[in-house]
Design a protein. Structure first.
Length: 594
């Protein structure tokens, strides 16, 4: 038996032992969809210039396509009479030629500009009702969707406001848009919009999945505000990092509205998901996180997938406010949009890999600056963060691993407020239990002249730290020797953590670190991870607290990981291998993962 310890990155060893010899046999964007016909009961300001049909004539191919606020000429936009002919609410009924599965609604609100009337008279509060018949007839599908739009800018270009449904509405032939009021104080004024459209869930395609479907797809979620959204500059990356990572799947909600990447569709991981105007096209920690996790636990049979929804300058006090249960009731608007993105992403991932097990593993949470910078919000941060982490676990499973970055001391935030939020983060993570971790970013430089945000090099480091910390959970290693303190105290007694990881007190040839990874007794000469057995299946001693990887080689020099993150069993673990041609030799080795 040969034993080998390999470290991919600090704090994340993959121990491989027991070599056995066997001689054996184009992007497709999310479907942006216009209705085919529409009518309104609001009366048009001018039937030629501002007819309801103008809501669908600017030819938007995506909600990220911009409209100019200052060039709204005749034939663009929709506006009611002044006041609307029948008062408020005003309805628009839209019909599709065929039934559609709808997952989102997009609105380019009216900006004033070249349209008649005062500015800011666009749609404010509204609801959508879905029907299986044309013209708002037949059975209503699901509950009405209710939300509020914001004002459009008065100058410059702007993209659509996204309204992502918590769950898709299936089989929709028509939609009734009910405009409750406009953006003005007076309902005696117009209400209008520039363009509206929908997203159809059933036509989301994205990048093609790999030819050989994996046994498992391991999913990680990414949420937070601007440092999670991204201030890493794509142009500063090497060419390899600028290119799509074809071994990793990626889905993003374009929370801030300005990402140039396709949104709400599965593509390959790549930079560009920064979605606020200040960081549009940049990247956050997700890039190097995905690459690092894939290096350490990915394989042909365990594919890594990330779902990201982040919005800069958002607080947990309001935008991410947790309602307290597994529903979206009482949740803040951005938290609701995050959950809608995750729901749609998981549905699309199941369609992408219909024969694979989808395994929701963990979440990165990078947020806190907005609350720390607010004298009104910072004191409540601990309560809200504890509730938020509990809400996330309630929604996505009690075993979900959570990794948080602690706000850095150099981020240019009021010292007292920053100290309060940093302490709140520590207390909230401690309360969240052993499957949660908090790591420091105090040593990382922020962007010159921008004390709040981390640039390219720091974002890459953050991604690696998120991966290292998330993957080693529930390791509690105060002395930093790579071994769980509780495991050390189990064998050496309370207060005796900090053992030498290279020592071999039982003299069996396996170091303390080896024994820890294989969950063996370091004081009993029993050779950790007894020799694997070769046959129609590989067999080895296993434990439910560990996960395992399998690598294969034809020459003992080049190894390929063929399976990973296999959940352990108590006792003997078995894994069937595919026979190679009779004249080909194959060597296998087993790795242990946390």
């Amino acid at each position: 038996m040969k034993k080998e310890t390999r470290r991919h990155r600090r704090g994340r060893p993959v121990l491989l032992i027991g070599i056995a010899l066997l001689t054996l046999a184009p992007h497709a964007h999310a479907a942006f969809l216009y209705p085919n016909t529409a009518t309104t009961d609001g009366g048009n300001y001018n039937a030629t210039q501002y007819d309801v049909a103008n809501l669908f004539n600017e030819g938007m191919a995506s909600p990220t396509n911009p409209i100019s606020a200052t060039t709204a000429n005749a034939g663009y936009g929709y506006a009611t009479a002044k006041p609307p002919a029948n008062g408020y609410p005003v309805t628009i009924i839209m019909t599709f030629n065929a039934a559609r599965d709808l997952s989102a609604f997009y609105l380019w609100n009216a900006a004033g500009g070249g349209l008649a009337g005062p500015p800011d008279r666009g749609i404010k509060n509204f609801n959508l009702r879905f029907y299986d018949g044309a013209g708002a007839t037949g059975a209503q599908i699901g509950a009405p969707y209710t939300n509020a739009a914001t004002k459009a800018p008065q100058t410059g270009n702007y993209t659509a406001q996204p309204f992502l449904f918590d769950t898709p509405y299936p089989g929709v032939r028509s939609v009734k848009l009910v405009m409750v009021n406009n953006q003005l104080a007076s309902t005696a004024e117009w209400v209008g919009a520039r363009e509206i459209g929908f997203e159809t869930a059933s036509q989301i395609v994205g990048d093609p999945p790999p030819t050989n479907a994996p046994a498992r797809v391991i999913v990680y979620l990414v949420g937070g505000q601007s440092n999670g959204d991204g201030h890493g500059v794509t142009a500063e990356l090497s060419g390899e990092l600028q290119s799509p990572q074809t071994s990793i799947d990626f889905y993003q909600g374009n929370g801030g509205g300005y990402s140039p990447l396709p949104a709400r569709t599965w593509i390959y991981l790549q930079p560009g998901s920064g979605s606020m105007t200040a960081d549009a096209g940049d990247f956050g920690p997700e890039l190097n996180f995905g690459i690092t996790v894939n290096q350490q636990v990915g394989s042909d049979q365990a594919r890594i997938a990330l779902i990201k929804h982040t919005v800069g300058a958002t607080s947990i006090y309001a935008d991410w406010f947790p309602g307290g249960d597994a529903t979206t009731n009482g949740d803040g608007a951005v938290y609701r949009a995050f959950q809608a993105t995750v729901t749609a992403g998981l549905v699309a991932l199941t369609n992408r890999y219909p024969h694979s097990a989808i395994q929701l593993e963990g979440m990165l949470w990078d947020q806190g600056e907005a609350d720390a910078n607010s004298a009104a919000n910072y004191a409540a941060y601990e309560t809200h963060l504890k509730n938020f982490l509990a809400d996330v676990r309630s929604t996505y499973g009690s075993g979900l691993r959570l990794a948080l970055r602690q706000l850095a001391t150099n981020q240019g935030i009021d010292p007292a407020q920053l100290a309060s939020v940093r302490a709140a983060q520590s207390n909230a993570v401690a309360a969240a239990g052993p499957w949660s971790c908090l790591f420091s970013s105090d040593d990382l430089p922020t962007i010159p002249g921008n004390a709040v945000h981390f640039g390219t090099a720091s974002q890459l480091t953050l991604g690696a730290r998120y991966a290292t910390n998330l993957l080693q959970l529930p390791l509690t290693d105060a002395d930093g020797n790579g071994m769980d303190d509780a495991w050390e105290e189990l064998y050496w007694g309370a207060g005796h953590a900090g053992q030498n990881p290279a020592a071999d007190p039982d003299g069996d040839g396996a170091s303390n670190l080896d024994e820890f990874w294989w969950n063996a007794n370091p004081l009993l000469p029993d050779r950790c991870g007894a020799q694997i057995q070769a046959g129609p299946a590989l067999s080895w001693p296993a434990n439910t607290t560990r996960r395992y990887a399998i690598e294969a080689s034809a020459d003992l020099l080049t190894w390929k990981r063929i399976a990973s993150y296999l959940p352990g069993t108590n006792g003997v673990q078995n894994y069937s291998v595919t026979p190679a041609p009779q004249d080909n030799r194959r060597f296998y080795r087993i790795g242990v993962q946390r």
